[in-house]
Design a binder for this molecule. Structure first.
Ligand SMILES: NC(=O)c1ccc[n+]([C@@H]2O[C@H](COP(=O)([O-])OP(=O)(O)OC[C@H]3O[C@@H](n4cnc5c(N)ncnc54)[C@H](O)[C@@H]3O)[C@@H](O)[C@H]2O)c1
Length: 259
């Protein structure tokens, strides 16, 4: 027997776009969206891994560079043509904390303009452009859910990651304004702010015992999060169980931001 609560957590017939769905939190979210009954479109720059995940969950992969508005617009159009509309947008793709100088994490005085632009383009402009192109289709469906993946960096400054922190702060503000602009059309926009999560993004850092120890002791639960612990919250926010949540900025951080 399906209980009322199980129904509220289900997404039958819904179409969900997951950006950055080829790996990490996005990959687990794509799996969970599919398990809850949604048709999933994975938009990622990593074609090989993205196609593998799409095959595994019976979804669709669209190669998309979130720094490129034309590619985002084409991905949204492809989703509508293939699946008839859009109900859910999980703006999750992001870069940072990588060894690549292209995404150099540094104080502003050491941040090359091209690194600032690359990080802001993918982490802030990309999600904004995805909203720009997806929202009209959500309006056509009579509503929808947007979930933005920010970071605890957006809640309290984390020194030395200036471009990343500024981009994630922008995501929080974007969430609030979209919640105001589109709530009356039935579109709920919410934001999750994960603490450190064990994915490829920070695995190299977590391999450093000193960094790992400093990180875990700063978290009341004394451990970093898992991709599933973030992805499950993103999926929850898309379901009818979260029907009255709009404009929320939700830390998912083991209590880090409670300090
Ligand atoms: N891992 C953490 O500690 C942590 C903490 C807080 C917030 N976040 C945020 O969570 C989100 C997901 O990160 P993750 O931890 O799963 O990292 P990840 O590196 O495992 O996954 C990121 C995904 O984004 C994709 N991607 C990167 N650049 C892209 C682009 N230009 N266009 C399209 N796709 C692109 C990658 O191919 C990958 O599939 C990011 O927005 C990140 O900033 C991560």
């Amino acid at each position: 027997m399906t209980t009322r609560m199980n129904e509220l957590l289900s997404l039958p017939g819904k179409v969900a776009i997951v950006t950055g769905g080829a790996a990490g939190q996005g990959r687990v979210a794509a799996e969970l969206f599919a398990q809850q009954g949604a048709t999933v479109v994975i938009a990622d720059i990593d074609a090989k891994a993205g196609a593998e995940v799409a095959d595994q969950i019976g979804g669709t992969f669209v190669a998309t560079d979130m720094a490129d508005e034309a590619q985002i617009a084409a991905m949204v159009a492809h989703t509508v043509e293939t699946h008839g509309g859009i109900d859910i947008l999980f703006n999750n793709a992001g870069v940072g904390f990588s060894a690549s100088p292209r995404f150099k994490m540094a104080p502003i005085t050491d941040t090359p303009l091209q690194a600032w632009d690359a990080i802001l383009d993918i982490n802030l402009r990309g999600p904004a452009m995805a909203c720009k192109h997806a929202i009209p289709h959500m309006v056509e469906r009579g509503g929808g859910a947007i979930i933005n993946n920010a970071s605890i960096n957006a809640i309290a400054g984390v020194n030395g990651a200036d471009a990343y922190t500024a981009a994630k702060g922008g995501i929080v503000s974007l969430t609030r304004v979209l919640a105001l602009d589109w709530g009356a059309k039935g579109i709920r926009t919410n934001c999750i702010c994960p603490g450190p999560v064990a994915t490829a993004m920070i695995n190299d850092l977590l391999d450093d015992p000193d960094f790992n120890s400093a990180m875990t002791t700063s978290i009341p639960m004394e451990r970093v999060g898992t991709a599933e612990e973030i992805a499950s919250v993103a999926v929850f926010l898309a379901t009818p169980a979260a029907a009255y949540i709009n404009g929320a900025i939700l830390p998912v951080d083991g209590g880090w931001s409670a300090k």
